[in-house]
Design a protein around this ligand. Sequence first.
Ligand code: 5RP
Length: 234
Amino acid sequence: MKTDGGTAAAKRRAGERAATAVEDDFVVGLGTGSTAAYAIDAIGAAVADGLDVRGIPTSFQSRQRALEAGIALTSLDAVDRVDLAIDGADQVVDDPGADAHGALIKGGGGAHAREKLVDATAERFVVVVDPSKLTARFDRSVPVEVLPDAYTVVADRVRDLEGEPTLRSAKHKDGPVVTDNGNLVLDCEFDPIDDPGHLAATLSGIPGVVEHGLFVDLADTIYVGLEDGVDVRE
Ligand code: 5RP
């Protein structure tokens, strides 16, 4: 992934533009990652100017960011609706002729279980990305969150599907990444992913899988930040 200033500016544009869709009295799902963080900051700035919203964070990271931004927080069990969710993605299928158009891979931050719960519950789910995330066909690994006891069993099932699972390791210390939910993540290479919807359903059916990072038929709008503006795709 590019991390140059151009990419950061594109992420910022996408995040800030999505934040303008937040209206007074909204309950907003707050996504995880660097692009969603720009949206959280922009919502926080609007709150400082008088906007009345409540946020539902999708991770410890987005919770901290929202608290710093001054956004009042709530939870799914305390509301009767989520008006809008704004979240990033690791890849987006961008091919209007393909069945998988608009499908996402998420979970680069290991937050995809709560992200899917909140994003799928929202009346409207807006995805914020820079152009490097767009692809004609998925070619990234699919993060699969698993119960700790299940990781070898799920890994075997992924190999049965001709996938190659790798237990995600913590970058700065020994041992695996542990999610906010106390689980592990298998990053699973499938080459190719011909039918994301079918793979999504198959992965969901494996005992021990908590959630996977394939988001199919969930996104309503994609905001693609550019160097000089935002491309909005419905
Ligand atoms: C976290 C995610 C993120 O939304 C995804 O990794 C994109 O992150 P970024 O905006 O930093 O590129 O799915 O689980």
